[in-house]
Design a binder for this molecule. Structure first.
Ligand code: SIN
Length: 348
């Protein structure tokens, strides 16, 4: 019996020593690494979550950002993108960013207005008339002053991206006259200014999260919504809501944000690379977003199942009249200075 134990013990020691020798456990005190993957130790990964499809202005800008940053940093930074709300949705992404569960997000500015009410200035109906003005405001000192407000949440605003002008999409009948809205249930993002638009038109606004719109449309819980052509096209909303009115009544854009502690933990040269790439991508995004919405619109025009009309100038004037109290609300209850400044910049 003793001999048996001795033999078993010796065999065990020989086996362990052999495996140890093979794996070089005690030669350098660390676990073995595949030679080809040795750079992995130094690679920094940014997890970037957003809620829209890849083939949209935001989806494409995120991909461009990942490609250019990886290239510029020689692979030191890798950006992993989670589109379509696969990790976090409208309601959870800001907290996920603050908790560093993801390092970057790019929500629409309308969705941050509960925390930063002044940002509602960008939601004001019929404020912007063309893409050039939008770019000038969002990428200039006015945009910077808005982004700086994020600092109090331990979040750094890196810049703005643009999607496009919002249009109206409806199930029952085309929306043209102000009376067409009476009694409808309309999905709008959770910004008081956006919700007010539809209350003033005697409709009921619903702040459905973006990832739930399709399901609510299927259940016939929403009669209409405001959105950009690229979101309407890429999410297939046009399959369930077949009346599109080109209104250009508001804009939809994104504030690109990074977790502040994570950003500060990066070496200075990588911080600079990230900022430079961000600026480059913002420029690219402003150049391409308009084209993308136009391409998607022409595809929708080719699709016979959808009725498309344009808001007439006469009706536009009536909408503007109905929306006047929204400007008064912003001026009196939110921030008169922000409104005055943006109007000056837009020569209004
Ligand atoms: C987005 O473009 O990020 C979503 C917009 C929306 O919620 O309608």
């Amino acid at each position: 019996m003793r001999l048996y134990f001795k033999t078993a013990l010796c065999t065990l020691v020989v086996i362990i020593s052999y495996i140890g020798y093979q794996q070089k456990f005690w030669q350098d005190g660390s676990l073995p690494l595949d030679e080809e993957q040795s750079g992995l130790n130094e690679q920094i990964v940014i997890h970037f979550s957003h809620v829209v499809a890849e083939d949209t202005p935001k989806g494409q800008a995120a991909v461009k950002f990942a490609e250019l940053l990886e290239e510029k940093t020689d692979g030191r930074i890798r950006v992993v993108i989670y589109p379509n709300g696969m990790l976090f949705n409208d309601d959870s992404e800001f907290d996920a960013l603050k908790n560093n569960d993801v390092q970057m997000i790019a929500p629409t500015f309308s969705k941050v207005t509960k925390l930063l009410p002044t940002w509602q200035v960008l939601d004001l109906p019929f404020l912007f008339e063309n893409e050039e003005d939008i770019e000038r405001i969002l990428t200039g000192p006015y945009g910077e002053q808005l982004l700086n407000q994020l600092n109090s949440f331990d979040v750094r605003g890196l810049g703005f991206w643009h999607n496009g002008f919002k249009q109206m999409l409806s199930t029952g009948k085309p929306l043209q006259k102000t009376e067409d809205f009476v009694g409808l249930k309309i999905r709008a993002m959770p910004s008081n200014v956006l919700q007010m638009q539809f209350k003033l038109l005697h409709a009921t606004p619903l702040a459905t999260s973006f990832d739930e719109i399709y399901e609510e449309l299927e259940k016939k819980e929403i009669d209409a919504q405001e959105n950009t052509i690229s979101n309407i096209y890429s999410k297939g909303f046009y399959k369930l809501q077949k009346n599109l009115t080109i209104t250009n009544h508001g804009i939809l854009g994104y504030a690109v944000m990074i977790n502040e502690d994570f950003f500060n933990s990066l070496p200075t040269n990588l911080q600079n690379d990230l900022i430079e790439v961000m600026d480059e991508v913002a420029e690219w995004n402003f150049e391409h977003s308009k084209q993308m919405n136009e391409d998607n619109l022409s595809r929708l025009r080719d699709f016979s199942g959808i009725h498309i009309e344009t808001l007439s100038s006469a009706d536009k004037e009536k909408w503007q009249k109905v929306f006047e109290p929204i400007y008064t609300y912003y001026e009196q209850e939110i921030n008169a200075t922000y409104l005055q400044e943006i109007k000056q910049l837009l020569n209004k």
